[in-house]
Ligand binder design. Structure first.
Ligand code: PHE
Length: 378
């Protein structure tokens, strides 16, 4: 193993009452897939950096910043208000009340701008408590891009409304759109794309770029003109600029035809050896092993959070669970109790599973779900 793939060497779990990091997550921190030469995420990262290098304006590269950040950096600096859903412990891994695993690379925007960086690309692993299926994994990788515009281009201090209505703001947005359309063309070749209005607390206006892929519009990035309050918090009230954030797995799954997000984390050489050329190549699936599924049904308490169940599933089954989905829900009219039934699809990426091991995982899950989540098995 190279140092880039040695995860789990760092203790992130503690008995701090806010700590909700699990052993499963702790092992992922430090894997740094985006730094492993010829890993698909590394290849995409390089391609994007190459596109920006060719624009002729140099962007500094940051790809080794610590994924443990403060709430200030991840939320407050970005105008994300207290009580915002992104801050909920059901959605986010906290180490303590004030520190967490970054939920997006935007967590580094303000600190880098404060240190005087004006154009940069910042890549890293980000963590979100989430559902279990082929395109969701509790850790994934993002790249952030930030560009502050030249001072000479910018009008003197304006009110927020004057700024939003100004030509300079429109020019900044146009420059951003042109840059990102060029990026998508560079990655995908000519592809149908559209801009959708969006909302982020740290950009204004905010936009999402979607591409037409396999009959559907697929969101590939979020971006916008940096919010004046975000700049003000960095002591940059006299400056303007743009920012974007994109998910590397999303792009890589399309470009390499990688069908399941868990594959990025496998160390199976049948996967890793396919990308030795460092080029974008189509993934040749090795045999897909058989799946099997098990259902579990229970009455849930009022305080039920689905993500807590997903976390417990990962704790018990790790990467052997391919999909966890609610398939039935009803409320008993007499008792008012709500019952949910989940279907768990088991499949390994690398081998055939035995009935015994699947039964054992399912047994563990059934044993733990009552005491841990206050449900009543049916
Ligand atoms: N951080 C946002 C996300 O994770 C993406 C984003 C980055 C949006 C920068 C605007 C500007 O969804």
């Amino acid at each position: 193993t190279t140092s880039a793939s040695a995860g789990g060497t760092r203790t992130l779990i503690s008995d701090d009452p806010s700590n909700n990091v699990t052993p499963y997550i702790e092992k992922l921190v430090g894997r740094n897939l985006h730094l492993i030469p010829n890993h698909p995420l590394f290849i995409i990262k390089r391609k994007i950096e190459g596109y920006f290098a060719e624009l002729g304006i140099s962007f500094e590269i940051f790809d080794s910043l610590d994924p443990v950040v403060t709430c200030t950096a991840c939320f407050d600096d970005l105008n994300i208000p207290p009580g915002h859903p992104a801050r909920k412990p059901s959605d986010t891994y906290y180490l303590s009340e004030g520190t967490l695993l970054r939920t997006h690379t935007s967590a580094h925007q303000s600190e880098l701008m404060r240190r005087g960086h004006e154009r940069f690309l910042c890549t890293g692993d980000v963590y979100r408590r989430d559902e279990i299926d082929a395109s969701h994994y509790p850790a994934f990788h993002q790249m952030e891009g930030v560009r502050l515009m030249d001072v000479a281009d910018m009008p003197a201090q304006l009110s927020r409304d004057e700024w939003l209505a100004s030509d300079a703001c429109a020019r900044t947005a146009a420059e951003l759109k042109g840059t990102l359309e060029g990026l998508v063309d560079a990655l995908f070749g000519p592809v149908e794309k559209r801009w959708v209005e969006a909302y982020f607390p740290f950009t204004e206006p905010s936009l999402e770029l979607e591409i037409f892929f396999q009959g559907d519009w697929l969101e590939v990035l979020g971006c916008g003109v940096i919010h004046s309050e975000v700049l003000a918090k960095c002591g940059l009230e006299h400056r303007h600029g743009w920012a974007f954030g994109l998910g590397l797995e999303r792009l890589a799954m399309i470009l390499f035809s990688i069908p399941d997000i868990r594959l990025f984390w496998t160390e199976d050489t049948r996967f890793t050896s396919q990308f030795a050329s460092g080029e974008v190549v189509k993934f040749q699936p090795y045999s897909k092993y058989p799946e099997c599924y098990k259902d579990v049904a229970f009455f849930v308490p009022e305080t039920w959070e689905e993500n807590d169940f997903m976390e417990l599933c990962r704790e018990c089954g790790g990467d052997l669970m391919e999909n966890v989905k609610m398939i039935d829900e009803f409320t008993n009219p007499k008792s008012g109790k709500r019952s949910l039934c989940y279907r768990i699809v088991y499949r390994s990426m690398d081998r055939s599973l035995t009935n015994e091991e699947v039964d054992e995982i399912q047994f563990q899950l059934r044993e733990k779900v009552g005491p841990k989540l206050g449900v009543e098995l049916r």
